[in-house]
Design a protein around this ligand. Structure first.
Ligand code: FNR
Length: 207
């Protein structure tokens, strides 16, 4: 299996975020199959459509990082039964200018973690709703509403200790690696390698 590049977006800016620790654990557990990188979103100015013609450098840097990835993993808390504003801001920035969305076609998965019992179900489905609109094939199963998550489930490096939650997250990480690979191979089978696709686009532009 190819070791695909994954951009991880964490919906919490908190230094000791449980979701960031879950994201770091996924990076560690799937490191043989996935080349994961957390793409920071806390410095992105609030999205303004007026910037579409002349975007801030932070937008461009962010869009480039997403473009380079083969897949996207969202790991987020739920705020007031919905998606945290900082994450929605990043999603909106990546979706524009119109027709140039960096999300288009990227394989994705959504993980929500909370100390609460429902595990961020509301936020999870709001993120999914945006992904559907943005034409991202989102992993269906296993669903990942991680409830009753606490700090003591992680070691001092912020990685999940042995236990039920670690088992669930390892399964998730493996399923996501297979999902990204499946989407990648399906696309190559149908449309050719990225190089072949680029060549065809060049030929069309020259014609
Ligand atoms: C929360 N929290 C929360 N939890 C939940 O399960 N459902 C919710 O709707 C909310 N709403 C909410 C709003 C706001 C503004 C805050 C700050 C928090 C609690 C939240 O799950 C908890 O603080 C997590 O620890 C936040 O995730 P990180 O920062 O640990 O990743």
């Amino acid at each position: 299996m190819t070791r695909h590049r994954i951009a991880i977006l964490v919906g919490s800016l908190r230094k000791d975020s449980l979701n960031r620790k879950v994201a770091c654990s996924i990076c560690a557990f799937a490191s043989d199959k996935l080349d994961c990188k957390i793409v920071e979103i806390g410095n992105l100015p609030l999205y303004n459509q007026e910037y579409d013609g002349n975007s801030p450098a932070e937008y461009e840097r962010f869009r480039d990082e997403i473009r380079e990835a083969d897949g996207v993993l969202f790991v987020s808390p739920e705020y007031n039964r919905g998606i945290p504003g900082v994450l929605k801001n990043a999603i909106d920035i990546g979706s524009r200018p119109y027709g140039k969305s960096v999300w288009n076609g990227k394989a994705a998965a959504i993980v929500t973690a909370s100390p609460g019992a429902i595990g961020g179900f509301g936020a999870n489905h709001q993120i999914r709703q945006s992904c559907v609109f943005l034409n991202m094939p989102v992993m269906q199963q296993p669903e990942a509403y991680l409830g009753s998550v606490t700090d003591d489930q992680f070691d001092e490096d912020g990685c999940l200790k042995d236990g039920k939650l670690k088992e669930v997250v390892v399964k998730l990480a493996n399923a996501f690696a297979e999902w990204v690979d499946l989407i990648h191979r399906a696309r190559e089978h149908l449309y050719g390698t990225p190089e072949e696709r680029k060549e065809r686009r060049r030929e069309r532009a020259d014609a």
